[in-house]
Design a protein. Structure first.
Length: 147
């Protein structure tokens, strides 16, 4: 990857619907040259996909929580994934070093929905408890930038 690839990625992260011609104007390349670079970045797995960025609250998912998941012994990442996969409310999950086995980001419609989901997550054998922090507001949320 070179500086032009980094600039192309930054432009796509700002707006994935940009045309190759528009990107080319920003990086001084022709549209076909930009397409070849984007194709190469996709083939290399640098660009994994494109998505619409939506406001979860406007879709009825206004409650965000950060949840630490505590398990008995050593649950593998695959076991943690199996526990969490059925819950659409879990928007991301990370195994971590430390006391908890994993940290989750969880979206719910409201606190009652959050409570029910947490109760379900705690049901499987091996899960001891959860520790939940409800997010009051988002102060910073930014895309990854390679400097």
């Amino acid at each position: 990857m070179d500086e032009i690839d980094n600039r192309i990625i930054a432009l796509l992260r700002e707006n994935a619907r940009r045309s190759f011609q528009d990107i080319g104007a920003h990086v001084s390349l022709s549209a076909p040259a930009v397409k070849r670079r984007v194709d190469r970045l996709q083939d290399a797995g640098v660009i994994r996909g494109y998505a619409a960025v939506v406001d979860p609250a406007k879709l009825g998912w206004g409650t965000l929580a950060i949840v630490s998941l505590f398990c008995e012994g050593r649950m593998s990442a695959a076991e943690v994934q199996a526990v969490l996969a059925p819950h659409q409310e879990v928007i991301s999950a990370y195994t971590v070093a430390g006391e908890s086995a994993a940290v989750l980001l969880l979206r719910a419609r409201d606190t009652s929905h959050l409570e029910r989901t947490l109760e379900q997550i705690r049901e499987p054998p091996g899960v001891i408890r959860t520790q939940t922090q409800v997010v009051l507001s988002t102060v910073i949320e930014r895309p990854l930038r390679r400097e």
